[in-house]
Design a protein around this ligand. Structure first.
Ligand code: MLT
Ligand code: ZN
Length: 475
């Protein structure tokens, strides 16, 4: 096993702390943790540490710090940018948080939940619903993604338009630092101006500054009414027009406003069993709108119909289906949430998780589609995502019949081509997936100078030996 000299006594020491079920060293047991779900990052690791509580996480970090061993925290391993997968070097220890899996407390009056890092987002959502509240963070990978990872990457997702990103929902954190000390910031206060806001330093740091072990999250009231429509539109401009109509009607009711291209939806219909288009004919683009309210008798269904009727009359909407039941609502969301899986089954794809001002989304899509077609004839643009907050997944699918490996080898040229257009619109090259191992090379160009220098100083202060997720985020 490729373990450095200083690490020779590390594995027995870890085993003593974690017990037999807490440490995996057999390559066959490590393998599932060493590959990301996109199957783009397949590495090796010295071991997988599976602590059962915060004290064990701290003990692992004390031992790793003493040995100078690199550690990568891992949750559900659903990163889109390889952040939680080990490198080929084989000397990293994967620190899985999945055994820290308790929802400790839900307080419906304070509207908070205390949840450990290894709880899946879906399980946390369900626990909140059972308590009459809602955890308003929703992402396609919520069945596997875990709270610690969701916070570490500051996940965004479908409800950002209304409730913000993961960082907007965090009141308190408990974090194990690189030297094994524990920062207990598990406060549930809505107001607390007592020095620097440390929790926000760890949210979005992608495991490079500390290991989130427990969080206190804000909840919102459970909606009394939810109304969902799937709308065919002639182009992305029409989808933006529709978004404007819903904003003008009742902006506070919009819970999600998602865009899908005709091609991306065709992939879902082709590859995902049970996916059905709820309309008579396919269209160039689709918008999914979800309205929700906790107000009694708000008549959301009426709102939805009124806005859609006016939009149909104006030609902004070509056709629309309104969900009549929970099953139909789920079927509509399936068309959106299976986009990534369907693209994977269609062939190789290069992801661009970008954001631009909401008003610029259609122009961005047009310009980026043209730029990519010039770069690689036959490339298939699949723009989709969170139109209501300006975050578009401008994914590119390989040309039909192209060699997937050849296509993936062009990933930097493709991402750089899209990013040039993003820059014209004052956007961001990474809206919600983070930097991981895929995008550190972009950092000097986009965040260079004082900003990157400041990030390096923060990293050096919190992890002077550079053992936490080395090579991720910072180039
Ligand atoms: C999603 O919103 O479904 C994912 O963040 C998108 C992706 O696969 O690029
Ligand atoms: Zn997304």
């Amino acid at each position: 096993m490729p373990v450095a000299n200083s690490q020779i006594s590390l594995l027995p020491a870890l085993s003593a702390v974690l017990g037999p079920s807490g440490l995996l060293t057999d390559p066959a047991d490590i393998a599932p943790y060493a590959e990301d779900w996109r199957k783009l990052y397949r590495g090796r690791a010295a071991a997988v540490a599976r602590p059962a509580d915060t004290a064990q996480v701290a003990a692992v970090m004390r031992l790793a710090a003493a040995a100078g061993a690199p550690v990568i925290p891992q949750g559900g391993n659903t990163s889109m940018v390889g952040g939680a997968s080990p490198t080929e070097a084989g000397n990293e220890i994967i620190l899985s948080l999945s055994r820290l899996n308790r929802v400790r407390e839900i307080d419906p009056l304070d509207m908070t939940m205390t949840v450990e890092a290894g709880v899946s987002l879906k399980a946390a959502q369900n626990a909140a619903l059972e308590a009459g509240c809602m955890l308003p963070l929703s992402i396609s990978s919520e069945g596997s993604a875990q709270i610690g990872g969701v916070l570490a990457v500051n996940a965004g997702g479908n409800n950002t338009v209304r409730y913000g990103n993961a960082r907007d929902l965090v009141l308190g954190l408990e974090v194990v630092l690189a030297d094994g000390s524990i920062w207990n910031g598990l406060r549930r206060l809505r107001k607390d101006n007592t020095g620097y806001c440390l929790r926000q330093l760890f949210v979005g740091s992608e495991g490079t500054l500390g290991i989130i072990t427990t969080a206190i999250l804000k909840l919102v009231p459970r909606p009394r009414e939810v109304a969902v429509a799937f709308c065919a539109v002639p182009d992305a401009e029409a989808a933006l027009d529709l978004f404007g109509r819903f904003q003008a009607h009742d902006a506070a009711a919009i819970q999600a406003f998602e865009l899908m291209s005709g091609l991306g939806t065709e992939f879902v219909l082709r590859h995902i069993p049970g996916a059905v288009l709820p309309l008579a004919a396919p269209a160039p683009f689709y918008a999914l709108v979800e309205l929700a309210t906790s107000r009694p008798n708000a008549g959301l269904r009426g709102s939805l119909e009124a806005v859609l009727e006016a939009a149909l009359e104006a030609g902004t909407v070509l056709d629309a289906a309104i969900a009549e039941s929970e099953a139909q609502r789920a079927a509509i969301w399936k068309l959106r949430e299976e986009h990534s899986e369907a693209q994977k089954r269609e062939g190789a794809s290069v992801k661009n998780d970008v954001s631009v001002p909401v008003s610029k989304v259609p122009a961005f899509i047009r310009r980026a589609t043209e730029a990519c077609a010039r770069l690689m004839p036959g490339i298939r643009a699949v723009p989709f995502g969170h139109m209501g907050d300006g975050n578009i997944h401008f994914n590119l699918e390989q040309p039909v019949d192209a060699d997937p490996a050849w296509f993936l080898a062009q990933d930097h040229a493709i991402m750089d081509c899209v990013n040039e257009v993003v820059r014209e619109f004052d956007g961001s090259f990474s809206a919600e997936h983070g930097i991981g191992r895929l995008k550190p090379y972009m950092m000097p160009d986009w965040r260079g100078g004082a900003e990157l220098e400041l990030m390096r100083r923060i990293k050096a202060a919190l992890d002077p030996a550079g053992i936490l997720s080395p090579g991720r985020v910072l180039p």
